[in-house]
Design a protein. Structure first.
Length: 429
């Protein structure tokens, strides 16, 4: 039983670096004290010299220990019962033995490895503004630091800059001609287009209208160009099609205008039936179903309902002819009125139905039904009165029965009397 408990304890110890109180309770009298514990004679006797855990900051790395050792500097044990000490993580240290915790390095210092015993100062050109750091931060370009263990960097004056990691003020150098440094601690920036810098140590660049496409210019050449051209890096170049020159600069043509040649000094208005966006080298035609009756326009208008635009580049729209209609805007053609409906005048949005008693002989004209025929509303043709009925008037919408003693054939306009020796006593025969 004793050997079984000891085996279990050895297995538990192999899985960690600490012996717990529960591990000690499993010991039998006479067992050697496990690692991480001790007693006066190194063995365990319940009620007598029992094994006890090593205190925080101590360890015992052998079985049967009669005392615990203090963790050396750079290590610690946070709880009781450890048989080996833990290394302080990078950024933290212990300078003395017997510690149960590590202490973070202060600002301006660092500890680069585990198990550290001293915090190293950040070197010139570096800084650290946080506690517990494993390394130091680098001073950026335009900054320097000439003192070790610093928590920030110093700024080079405006007009100067410095390389990264600069460790002295004399590392700040004047920005070369063609560049500038606008504020303390900034990098040297190239003079932008339309600017130049002819001296070192500048905090701003000078205006140069002739420098139209080059950064970092160190001189400003005054170039006089002919109309339609502008100076580009000291050479005259024509403004591209779609642009025009004024006061030494190229500008895009406004919407509704165009320039189709390089070197233009003005733009041309788009004609009626055409349009353009900004910077156009040509005008575009209005699509079929659209129009533009003005010059210099940026877009086209849809033809109104009742009108149509049969062709592109139209300056006006055409009314739908009689017999046709258009209910929507922006159409390239009109629709013919369906049978039984008409439009009698131009420019209609919809068709009108032929009245009862009439029919459509074309898409623009309704005709009265002749005698002997009839129709309902919206009729394309008239119907014949059925046999036994008639109507005697044009434009009828119904037929009447033949009177007694008379008869009617299909399509009759008046009743006929029954022939001699025949009779008809009922109406509608």
């Amino acid at each position: 039983m004793r050997s079984l408990a000891l085996c279990l304890l050895l297995i538990l110890q192999a899985s960690g670096n600490r012996t717990s109180v529960d591990d000690i309770l499993d010991l039998a009298d006479g067992d050697d004290c496990p690692k991480g514990t001790w007693s006066v004679d190194g063995t365990h006797f319940e009620g007598g010299d029992e094994c006890e855990q090593c205190y925080e900051g101590e360890f015992a790395n052998m079985e049967g220990s009669v005392a615990c050792d203090m963790c050396p500097a750079g290590t610690y044990t946070p709880e009781m019962g450890y048989w080996e000490c833990l290394n302080c993580p990078a950024g933290e240290i212990t300078m003395e033995s017997g510690n149960y915790a590590c202490f973070p390095c202060g600002k301006g210092k660092h500890s680069p490895v585990e198990g550290g015993t001293v915090c190293e100062e950040c070197l010139p050109g570096h800084f650290q503004d946080e506690e517990g750091a494993a390394g130091c931060k680098v001073c950026s370009a335009g900054q320097y630091q000439d003192v070790a263990a610093s928590t920030d960097c110093k700024l080079c004056p405006a007009g100067t800059s410095s390389p990264m990691k600069s460790g002295a003020f004399d590392h700040c150098y004047d920005c070369p001609a063609g560049s500038y440094s606008p504020v303390d601690g900034s990098e040297c920036l190239l003079c932008p287009v339309l600017k130049y810098g002819d001296v070192a140590g500048a905090t701003a660049c000078k205006d140069c209208p002739s420098n139209s496409d080059k950064e970092g210019a160190t001189e400003c050449k005054i170039v006089i160009c002919p109309e339609g051209q502008v100076p580009v890096n000291g050479v005259c170049k024509a403004c591209a099609a779609g642009k025009y020159e004024t006061e030494g600069q190229c500008f895009p043509c406004a919407a509704g205008t165009f320039s189709d040649q390089a070197g233009s000094v003005s733009c041309i208005l788009c004609g009626a039936g055409h349009y353009s966006a900004e910077g156009a080298s040509q005008c575009l035609e209005c699509s079929a179903g659209q129009y533009q009756d003005k010059t210099g326009q940026a877009n086209c208008e849809d033809c109104a309902a009742g009108y149509y635009g049969p062709a592109a580049a139209a300056a006006s729209c055409v009314k739908c002819a009689a017999g046709f209609f258009n209910s929507q805007q922006g159409q390239a053609a009109c629709q013919e009125c369906p049978a039984g409906t008409i439009t009698e005048i131009e420019g209609q949005l919809s068709c009108q139905e032929c009245d009862a008693g009439s029919y459509s002989i074309s898409s623009s004209q309704c005709e009265l039904c002749p005698a002997g025929q009839f129709s309902d509303d919206k009729a394309a043709v008239c119907s014949l009165c059925a046999a036994g009925s008639y109507n005697s008037l044009q434009g009828s919408f119904t037929c009447v029965p033949a009177p007694a003693g008379h008869f009617c054939e299909e399509g009759s306009s008046k009743p006929k009397p029954c022939p001699r020796n025949t009779y008809n006593e009922l109406a509608g025969a």
